[in-house]
Design a protein around this ligand. Structure first.
Ligand code: HEM
Length: 338
């Protein structure tokens, strides 16, 4: 067995295999019998018929739609209303409770066993801790399931009973998404709602047992690709993933509606990136969203920051004085030389 398909400790395992997408017919690849193709260096070579590739391609369009929902766009801009954030967490709590209950029930199933990572991935307990933080001790009595969440949960339970292989789609949609943007979203939420930097209320975004989200996602993709699935089942999983995205968007829609009836508790919408360490352009969330928006709101936000800051005000006043001086010199210049 070649290194890239070995199964051992997931974090070690993930570190072992690099993954690249390539036409497997380049003559350098060798099949290892488990559906994964490695080249002579043990690098996993992805093919269009691999489930991970089919999922990425098949959900591309709906992913873009999800990114462009008002709720998500506002969230990324730091316009987060605490009451809506709490309701979003409630929806996630019911969703993950159903997903993880069904993963648990089917953990021996040949199409799910390889994707069963309760320690690394499961979010139910983290969400319960967040809800206790937001609603207090009796939080269970204060929350209820919304209609859109109810439909999502019913679907997860139904396939958990009747077609467990399709749970792959729901696990993929949620966990891969969480691992893709969790840290950025955590930071945005923490700053916007002024939550403690120690992480209370934000446990959902924190994957303590995953040191490298990138490596873990590679492992997860290779595990999906090793599943013995026929073409029809793979296609059904892709369709189910599209459905999973749609369920998520329905919940965003519900939150948008709920937002219209809530009191305006918008918090400071200043972009968090300005104060984050590192290179802002490296953040895929930032670049995607800034490219998508017209940019003008961001310019306004920057201007507001400058004006709120005393040294910014002095600097601005100095600039205006200098510009006025220049304009006066230019206008009066011809008169002086005459
Ligand atoms: C503004 C909102 C969002 C942005 C900017 C965004 C951005 C991204 C980016 C840049 C990746 C690629 C990460 C990588 O290659 O490692 C990604 C992956 C992913 N996202 Fe999102 N995302 C957003 C919302 C969502 C939502 C709402 C869901 C689902 C509920 C979701 C599910 C996923 C999944 C499943 C992947 C893994 C794709 C794959 O590698 O097959 N995303 N996202």
């Amino acid at each position: 067995m070649c290194l890239c398909s070995q199964r051992s400790d997931p974090t070690q395992d993930a570190g072992m295999s690099a993954v690249r997408t390539e036409d497997a017919a380049d003559g350098r690849s060798t099949a290892n019998g488990g559906g994964v193709v490695c080249d002579e260096r043990g690098v996993t070579v992805l093919r269009p018929t691999d489930l991970s590739e089919m999922l990425a391609a098949g959900t591309k369009e709906v992913h873009e739609k999800a990114e462009n929902t008002e709720f998500v766009k506002d969230f990324l801009k730091g316009r987060i209303r605490k009451e809506l954030f709490k309701l979003g967490h409630v929806a996630l709590f019911f969703t993950y409770s159903a997903l993880e209950e069904q993963m648990e029930r089917n953990k021996e199933h040949p199409h799910l066993a390889a994707l069963y990572f309760p320690h690394e991935l499961h979010r139910r307990d983290a969400l319960a801790r967040d809800l206790r933080y937001f609603y207090g001790e009796g939080w269970q009595n204060q929350i209820s399931i919304s209609p859109a969440t109810q439909r999502y949960v019913e679907r997860i339970r139904q396939i958990g009973r009747d077609q467990p292989a399709l749970l792959v789609a729901h696990a993929y949609t949620r966990y891969m998404g969480d691992l893709s943007g969790g840290q950025v979203l955590r930071k945005v939420a923490q700053r916007a709602m002024k939550l403690p930097p120690t992480g209370e209320g934000l446990n959902f975004y924190q994957f303590d047992s995953i040191h490298s989200a990138k490596a873990f996602k590679q492992l997860y993709r290779s595990r999906m690709n090793e599943l013995e699935l026929n073409a029809l089942t793979k296609q059904k999983i892709v369709e189910e993933a599209v459905l999973a995205f749609q369920f998520n968007m329905e919940i965003f829609g519900e939150l948008e509606e709920a937002g219209k009836t809530l009191q305006d508790d918008v918090l400071d919408a200043a972009p968090v990136h300005g104060e984050m360490q590192g290179d802002i352009s490296q953040c895929p969330y930032y670049t995607t969203k800034m490219a998508a928006s017209d940019g003008s709101s961001y310019i306004c936000q920057m201007a507001m920051i400058v004006l709120k800051n005393p040294s910014g005000q002095v600097l601005l006043a100095a600039w205006i004085a200098a510009l006025a001086g220049l304009a006066a010199w230019y206008l009066m210049g011809p008169a002086v030389t005459q």
